[in-house]
Design a protein around this ligand. Structure first.
Ligand SMILES: Nc1ncnc2c1ncn2[C@@H]1O[C@H](COP(=O)(O)OP(=O)(O)OP(=O)(O)O)[C@@H](O)[C@H]1O
Length: 509
């Protein structure tokens, strides 16, 4: 079903023109002639949901601002584009503050209208994703909450979902930040125990005494818990799940007690207290190779076999690059909402950069990179410039400030004065533009020539030969794409014995 767009305008000619255009773009159009009718339609529980509202600001009954006010008062967040006549631009500021996403000045051209609609629908989808995530944060996770479309992730999810059907102990294996805890929570959230506690203990850094007390209860050491008596995490997790993160780091004495607890199904808090029968689902995670630790005498073999009954591998992000886009969009939506920014998403080139990087810190590092990018962003889309640390590590992505302008005679005709990003690696050349459409041949050709010039250090003969064109064609194309300066640089660096007059004229040098 195509997105449904509601057009509200009191001018019948304008209304029918918009309906016509909207339908031509492939959307479903509905039109109304006034604000009151629009409010009724928007709050009609039996009507189809409106995906986008195109709202005239000046109308005789209830005007556009009135409609926006009623929507806000009743918590309706349909994405809205407002329309205004050329002379009344001031009204736009108030409309944007009241929640409108964009504005159009009448009469709007088809191209501008189409872009505005596409952007607003995209932003609307992101905002509803954010609302969905907000709701999720307050409830237990399920496998649907895990972003990722790769085969590797799907396999992990399939296994996790199978494990959730029983109480079998699960061992999640994967690098730090790969998403082991997310999967552990999803397993719990998809099991019959979902209404009960999910208790996490990070075993890394637990001392001998603390590990015992924290897990099984007893008198805590003064340094850990001020000497207070603890019931222990097993008891806290009663009826639910206990997640032991970095289980490979658990001290050996605590490992021995853990084996006993699993075997006997009860914990012994010591100090003449009665043993407690436990009903806890155990999920463990490790970023280390447990077998290696067993061989090194650092991990008990009997515990290893008890925990490794249902191993689930969580692959590092570099082995599931197909997940980078989904994860990035989700993080971008979440952080831009948290920061109060309206960021539509990532430019194709930025996404290509993120997909080219290896992510040694896995999903956590990607999440942090997106957070930083959203905080840095000045526009409504994240570009390569917002990921300088990542770009510095990926060959072919070079975020740099343009050099000081060349003397007028050498200046390239269309060089822009902003942080420019050059794609020098043909393997990561973006084929999509920032709107997600395939780039035209002209711009692809420009990038190919730019790459070849950098690659062969402006040696025109090599560039022409490798591109399979003559030198004169290369110069012509460089001129067309605005690279005349490169030819000039070459001439200055190594004057050719013969400089054709024509070329000098063309390059204006
Ligand atoms: N599939 C996913 N979808 C959305 N967010 C994810 C996903 N996987 C991981 N994350 C996020 O990445 C971060 C790291 O994930 P998580 O804590 O589960 O990793 P981990 O493997 O348990 O790491 P560690 O071993 O360091 O504790 C978290 O903030 C989590 O929300």
């Amino acid at each position: 079903m195509p997105p449904r767009i509601l057009i509200v305008d009191d001018d019948p000619i304008q209304r029918s023109r918009l309906v016509d255009l909207v339908q031509r773009f492939g959307y479903c159009a509905e039109a109304l002639e006034g604000g009151e009718a629009a409010v009724q339609r928007l709050f009609d529980a039996n009507g189809d949901a409106v995906d986008l509202l195109i709202l005239d600001l000046v109308m005789p009954d209830l005007d556009g601002m009135g409609v926006l006010g009623r929507m806000r008062a009743r918590g309706l967040a349909a994405p809205t584009i407002v329309q205004t006549a050329r002379g009344s631009i001031e009204a736009v500021g108030s409309a944007m503050r009241a929640g409108a996403l964009d504005f159009l000045v009448k009469p709007v051209g088809p191209e501008r209208l189409q872009i505005a609609i596409k952007n607003a629908l995209q932003t609307g989808a992101l905002e509803s994703e954010v609302r969905r995530l907000d709701v999720q944060a307050s409830r237990v996770l399920s496998f649907k909450d895990l972003a990722g479309a790769s085969e590797a992730m799907e396999r992990a999810v399939r296994l996790g979902a199978r494990a959730a059907k029983s109480d079998i102990p699960v061992l999640l294996e994967g690098e730090a930040g790969a998403g082991k805890e997310m999967i552990a929570r999803a397993i719990h959230g998809s099991s019959d125990r979902r209404g009960r506690a999910f208790v996490k203990v990070n075993c890394a850094g637990l001392g001998e005494d603390d590990a015992d007390t924290i897990l099984f209860g007893g008198e805590a050491s003064a340094s850990a818990c001020g000497g207070a008596r603890q019931s222990g995490k097993f008891v806290e997790a009663q009826g639910g799940a206990l997640f032991l993160d970095e289980i490979g780091e658990l001290p050996l004495a605590a490992q021995a007690r853990l084996v006993r607890a699993i075997q006997e199904g009860e914990v012994d808090p010591g100090a003449a207290r009665r043993k407690v029968r436990i009903d806890v689902r155990l999920i463990c995670a490790t970023s280390q190779n447990l077998i290696e630790r067993v061989k090194a005498g650092r991990f008990r073999e009997d515990l290893y076999y008890r925990l490794n009954m249902f191993p689930v591998g969580v692959p590092p992000l570099r082995q599931r690059k197909a997940d980078v886009a989904t994860l990035s969009r989700q993080f971008c939506a979440r952080f831009s909402a948290a920061e109060g920014k309206r960021i539509r998403g990532l430019a194709a080139e930025a996404l290509a950069l993120l997909e080219a990087y290896d992510w040694p810190g896995n999903v956590r590092q990607l999440e942090n990179a997106l957070f930083r990018a959203v905080v840095l962003a000045g526009a409504d889309e994240l570009t390569v410039a917002e990921f300088p640390q990542i770009a510095a590590h990926v060959q072919g992505f070079d975020v740099r400030v343009p050099p000081a302008p060349a003397p007028a005679a050498l200046q390239a005709p269309r060089e822009k004065e902003y942080v420019r990003v050059e794609v020098r690696d043909p393997n990561v050349m973006a084929l999509l533009d920032e709107r997600g459409d395939v780039r035209n041949l002209e711009s692809l050709e420009a990038d190919a020539i730019r790459f070849a010039l950098a690659h062969y250090r402006n040696r025109m003969s090599a560039v022409a030969r490798k591109l399979g064109i003559g030198r004169s064609t290369l110069y012509r194309k460089m001129k067309e794409h605005g690279f005349a300066d490169a030819a000039a640089v070459e001439r200055l660096a190594a004057p050719p014995p013969f400089q054709p007059r024509q070329l000098r004229d063309r390059l204006k040098i």
